[in-house]
Design a binder for this molecule. Structure first.
Ligand code: FUB
Length: 443
């Protein structure tokens, strides 16, 4: 049943900028890039094993890659398949082995790197590449994998000298090799990256800031599990000096990430398993990241709220809150796409969702379900007693899982970015006023 429902979610598709970023499919290992001012994300995808082959895939089952762009203030657009495993020219078919990819621009062309299981070759994974004039493809896939490179997790760097490097590897060592101008060949044997701390490492993601080379990577500590760490160098090939953790362990399982600067803010993309609860069915996330004045990276705390500034026509997932009081959140039920809702709402309970751009909003839609008809909920600015923006009466919708979209007028024009607070009003003693899935401001 869960599989049927998930197929339905893929068809209906719900794409938000809060965490996790998308809920209509499983996405992992997100590489984020900014091309011409637009934010792109290239994740891998996790899926359920094909029927009858469950025992072959107790862990990862990864069929290929979608690509996503951030639209408006907080909506992710799914551009569909970039590459499916059976279209890899040199790959073994039906092995569901498409692990973490990367995509990078050099001299106006876009190069997409991916690992796959090679046919007629003993290597665990080889790394292939395709080229396109467009960041979303279609890519022209090289007939053969990159000679001399064996491993997972390609991480690409084009530095301020326009030199390109391929980082890769998973295990106790990570490797780097310089790339030729055609971006399809290495110009020297890969070397082991020196200076990194001991322990299992994977998911190299290199970038450059203020002349310093940063190498970030997933790093496993025996007593903690997967963390995300970083090291710095004045040479892309190393040696590097370990700088510490960017993110502590978030439960366990893998954590694969990327770092990008978008509209003046640094963002860490990573993954968790919010929807499935299973570390092999992951969902990509993002949170803001900061540097200290000395160039070191401040530890990033994972949040539900994530990134993005919803504006008119972006869905606001209030269940991905910054603060909640007197209410709870849980998975949404009934015929809604997968996700969460605010529930167990009672008199004066509230949920606060930070950073909403109100400009141009004339109406607010709300997706609600209620098994009772007493009370209302209010949208207020900044705090539970802040300016009243809109008010919604609560009516019986047919039950706690029967969803309706209702609408209220914005009482007066509001400009700028504010925190949005939803305050619930009901009879004292009621423990459920209304279930609230999302809000959407319209012109
Ligand atoms: O997604 C499969 C593998 O898990 C990736 O290649 C690793 O980085 C880890 O996230």
């Amino acid at each position: 049943m869960r599989r049927i429902l998930f197929a339905l979610f893929i068809i209906t598709g719900t794409l938000y900028a809060q965490n996790p970023l998308v809920t209509h499919m499983f996405t992992a290992d997100p590489t984020a890039r900014v091309f011409d001012g637009k934010l792109y994300v290239y994740p891998s995808s996790d899926t359920y094993p094909p029927a009858g082959r469950e025992e072959e895939f107790p862990r990862f089952c990864m069929p290929g890659y979608h690509a996503f762009t951030l639209e408006n203030g907080a909506t992710w657009k799914d551009h569909g398949w970039i590459l499916k495993e059976n279209d890899v020219p040199w790959g073994e078919k039906d092995t569901y082995a498409m692990w973490a990819p990367d995509c990078i621009e050099k001299d106006g062309k876009y190069y997409y790197y991916y690992p796959a299981k090679p046919k007629k070759d003993k290597a665990f994974r080889r790394i292939g590449v395709g080229v396109s004039d467009n960041p979303l493809g279609p890519f022209k896939w090289n007939k053969n994998f990159i000679e001399g490179v064996s491993g997972i997790d390609p991480g690409l760097l084009v530095d301020d000298k326009n030199d390109a490097y391929l980082f890769f590897g998973g295990g106790h060592e990570l490797y780097v090799a310089p790339l030729a101008d055609n971006m399809s060949e290495i110009t020297a044997e890969p070397i082991l990256i020196e200076g990194l701390p001991a322990g299992y490492k994977e998911g190299s993601f290199p970038f450059q800031k203020d002349g310093t080379y940063y190498l970030t990577f997933a790093h496993v500590f025996a007593d903690e599990g997967y963390t995300i760490g970083y090291a710095t160098s004045d040479n892309p090939m190393g040696p590097y000096i370990y700088g510490g953790k960017i993110m502590d362990n978030i439960y366990n399982g893998t954590n694969h990430h990327s770092v990008v600067e978008y509209e003046g803010q640094w963002i860490l993309f990573y993954h968790s398993w919010d929807i499935s609860g299973f570390s092999k069915l992951r969902s990509m996330r993002a949170d803001y990241m900061e540097f200290k004045k000395d160039g070191s990276i401040k530890r990033v705390k994972p949040t539900l709220r994530g990134i993005g500034t919803p504006q008119v026509n972006d869905t606001i997932q209030v269940d991905r809150y910054n603060d909640i009081s007197g209410a709870n959140t849980t998975f949404v039920g009934g015929n809604e796409p997968t996700g969460w809702m605010v529930c167990d709402t009672r008199m004066n309970s509230f949920v606060r969702f930070d950073r909403v751009k109100f400009d141009g909003a004339k109406k607010i839609k709300a997706r609600v379900a209620s098994g009772q008809r007493m009370g209302s909920f209010e949208v207020r600015l900044n705090n539970p007693k802040g300016k009243l923006v809109a008010e919604f009466p609560i009516n019986y919708t047919g039950g706690w899982n029967t969803w309706e979209t209702i609408e209220a007028d914005v009482k007066e024009d509001i400009t700028g970015i504010h925190n949005l607070v939803v305050v619930f009003k009901s009879d004292w003693g009621n423990t459920k006023a209304v279930n609230l899935n999302w809000l959407l401001m319209t012109e």
